[in-house]
Write a protein that binds this ligand. Structure first.
Ligand code: ADP
Length: 710
């Protein structure tokens, strides 16, 4: 849907001033920095289409994820877009051409992992500055002592960077970005923690910088006339890596003549400080540090800091803290962010929530986004981030029951496809379903950006009406007059402590007993245990809810024990880079944490279970909060579909069940499902997803198969 176009707000205009970097000119100040997708060169059509959507959305530069330069840094099964040979180069060309088609520059991030390289396919020894083992624990990194790089190794790896840069130039990349951050090989040389060498590559800061400086210089000599040269550098690293901002300023002065652009981030292996979750780190936290680098540099600076607000972005550029706004997550959530700012449609931006679903999904092998269901589906399912096909038969009236994430997403999609009338009905007073109370948990306020965005869109769609505070039963639905019904009634936490590890409820737990609580009862109904009493939270799920309610109760003055069957509290939150912050906070609030305990029974005053070695476990408690599994609320759907005749009589052509009511899942998955139903509403059987396109197996050359963007 397009509103009347207006020019960008005066205070955003600075974001649309072109800027030169070396031989290239950026069309604006919005730079889609390197970030993983897990598609890479292994799924080149998916990858090219995903990147091209960001180019089409107006980003000035679209970058690859880390692109390994050499088999000694084979990163499979992680998400590298390798550039070792001509075959790889062909795959890159598809991406580069697709990005160029939309007027953006293409950048490649050249990478060598050093001691952190996985090397599963190449089976080569790990290379290192001075034989220091990886500080990543297994299984993140395999155990072993890496080979100390000889002068020959150094020359060989530097030559790999040069060869990769030449290949990148030859397939049309505009920017070659040498990765010196994230604790990989260049950063290992820079850090006294990893670099104990006594030759010219170790010792003083200048010596430790030599590997990186020589690499930059050689890459510049090889392709500097054709490509802009950038380098990604952390402005500060925490813990033993110990690179201070003063060190960084000194490094920047050394390398400034060799680069055309500084690509700045923060942190090394502590990804959580760079890919910062919204629960921990506020937007824009790194800007002052970037400003210090910028004052020391002659060359422009692009910096990332979980920026999502065009106001703050413009202010950062105007005040000279950065020249160019770097963005990964905002570009995932809304590829068309630049175009929306340019057209003065900031209210249409799908703002990144900082929940880091992107990180957990890409580490599991396929980048997806909780805000943007189309991310990664541009080729596979042909979904455009902004455009919907009009329904072949728009004369439908759709009743969506349940305005949680799945219901909202389906209703908006159907309204955007031009359905005559969509009614979104909820028993609750507000939109949002299970997500609304999540915003009351400590640090999770930004998660409700999901609802804010959809509330604005619903308000703009004349054929979509939200009807609050209305609980519908099967008769109401049949009498409603809708031609199609979508049931999105969500899920409820088990009130009996049904546990994944036992597939049984907790013995002795009576649902609704005054000493037993579910998250809904705490967060929606406002029920509480006796003030100041001892409360046990049993978290068999292991994501944000168990830890969230434990924190809430501790903050309210309860004495809290958190019991989990998992090896780590909030284990899933480690995938989203939130785990250690959650545990630190619980610990600081006096929450006692009991891991690897599987509960089997509970009674008022006491809980029972077994520990890791089958030893008995018991704990006194006044109240028990059950965060175990979510159970679908699908009774309404079952009742409707049981009586086909009644549906026919009512003129209802189809009833669909989506979201948590079908199968309780993470936010991204139920959002995807709502979106998919809208996109595939007229398919022969919308309950089953249409087959999606797989990667062509033949060698990928542009023109050798139909353009994925067509
Ligand atoms: P999902 O995550 O699948 O979108 P949610 O649990 O977030 O599901 O949302 C389900 C929504 O459905 C809740 O807001 C709830 O109030 C609403 N709901 C459940 N049953 C009914 C009903 N019978 N009539 C109207 N709304 C309902």
């Amino acid at each position: 849907m397009r509103s009347v176009l207006v020019p960008p707000a005066e205070h955003h205009k600075v974001l649309f001033e072109p800027i030169d970097i070396g031989p290239k000119t950026l069309r604006n100040r919005l730079y889609n920095v390197p970030h993983g997708t897990a598609y890479g060169t292994l799924r080149p059509a998916t990858w090219a289409s995903y990147r091209a959507a960001r180019a089409e959305g107006g980003w000035a530069v679209v970058s690859t994820e880390f692109s390994s330069v050499d088999p000694s840094s084979d990163e499979w099964p992680l998400h590298s877009s390798d550039i070792w040979d001509e075959e790889d180069a062909c795959r890159h060309k598809l991406m580069v051409d697709s990005v160029h088609d939309h007027g953006a520059l293409a950048s490649i991030e050249l990478h060598h992992g050093g001691v952190h390289a996985l090397r599963r396919l190449s089976r080569e020894p790990a290379l290192s500055a001075s034989g220091m083992s990886s500080d990543l624990p297994p299984p993140a990194c395999p155990p072993g002592t890496p080979k100390i790089m000889s002068r020959n190794d150094i020359e060989r790896v530097q030559q790999s960077f040069v060869n990769a840069a030449v290949r990148a130039r030859d397939v049309g990349y505009d920017i070659v970005d040498v990765l010196a951050g994230y604790g990989y090989l260049c950063a290992q040389f820079l850090s006294p923690f990893h670099n104990h060498r006594t030759d010219g590559y170790g010792g003083s800061l200048g010596n430790r910088a030599r590997f990186w400086l020589e690499t930059l210089s050689q890459v510049r000599d090889a392709v500097g006339g054709d490509c802009a040269i950038a380098t990604r550098l952390a402005v500060e690293t925490q813990g033993p890596w110990g690179q201070s901002i003063d060190d960084t300023v000194a490094l920047v002065r050394m390398a400034d003549p060799l680069v055309d652009l500084w690509d700045l981030n923060v942190g090394s292996l502590d990804w959580g400080s760079d890919i910062s979750p919204s629960r921990v780190i506020p937007e824009g936290r790194n800007l002052e540090l970037f400003g210090r680098v910028r004052r020391a540099a002659q060359k422009p600076v692009v910096g990332v800091s979980r920026l999502t607000s065009p106001d703050l972005m413009a202010q950062a550029v105007r005040s000279g803290l950065i020249d160019i706004v770097g963005s990964a997550r905002q570009s995932i959530a809304d590829p068309f962010f630049p175009q929306k700012v340019l057209e003065g449609r900031t209210e249409d931006i799908r703002e990144c929530m900082g929940i880091n679903h992107c990180i957990s999904s890409l580490d599991r092998g396929n980048l997806t986004c909780a805000q943007n269901a189309t991310s990664g589906e541009e080729f596979r399912r042909g979904w455009h981030p902004e455009r919907f096909d009009v329904l072949a038969r728009p004369e439908v009236s759709v009743l969506v029951v349940g305005a949680g994430p799945a219901g909202m997403e389906a209703a908006i999609g159907l309204a955007k496809r031009g359905a005559d009338m969509v009614h979104l009905v909820d028993a609750a007073e507000h939109l949002g379903g299970h997500l609304r109370p999540v915003g009351r948990l400590s640090g999770l306020q930004e998660w409700t950006r999901f609802i804010d965005h959809r509330m604005i869109q619903i308000g703009k769609l004349p054929n979509l009406q939200f009807i609050p505070s209305t609980r519908l039963d099967a008769d109401d639905i049949r009498d409603y007059g809708a031609s199609h019904v979508v049931v999105a009634t969500g899920a409820q936490w088990s009130g009996t402590g049904l546990t994944p590890g036992t597939h049984a409820p907790l013995e002795g737990v009576v649902e609704g007993a005054d000493w037993v609580f579910t998250p809904e009862q705490l967060l929606i109904e406002g029920r509480r245990p006796v003030e100041g009493s001892q409360v046990t939270v049993y978290d068999a799920e292991g994501y944000y809810m168990g830890a969230g309610v434990a924190q809430l109760l501790a903050d309210e003055g309860y004495k809290v024990d958190l019991v989990t069957p998992h090896a780590q509290v909030a284990a899933e939150a480690d995938m989203t880079l939130e785990g250690s912050a959650i545990r630190d906070s619980l610990h600081g609030s006096g929450v006692a944490m009991h891991r690897e305990v599987l509960l089997s029974a509970a009674q008022f005053g006491r809980i029972y279970g077994v520990g890791q070695f089958e030893e008995p476990f018991t704990l006194e408690t006044d109240a028990l909060v059950l965060v175990t599994v979510r159970v679908p609320v699908d009774g309404l759907y079952q009742e409707l579909v049981r009586d086909h005749e009644a549906l026919e009589e009512a003129g209802i052509e189809a009833v669909h069940c989506i979201g948590d009511a079908l199968s309780p899942r993470p936010l991204a998955d139920v959002t995807f499902e709502g979106h998919r139903l809208a996109r595939e509403f007229e398919s022969p059987n919308p309950a089953i997803a249409l087959p999606y396109k797989r990667e062509p197996l033949r060698l990928v050359r542009r023109g050798a198969f139909s353009d994925p963007l067509d």
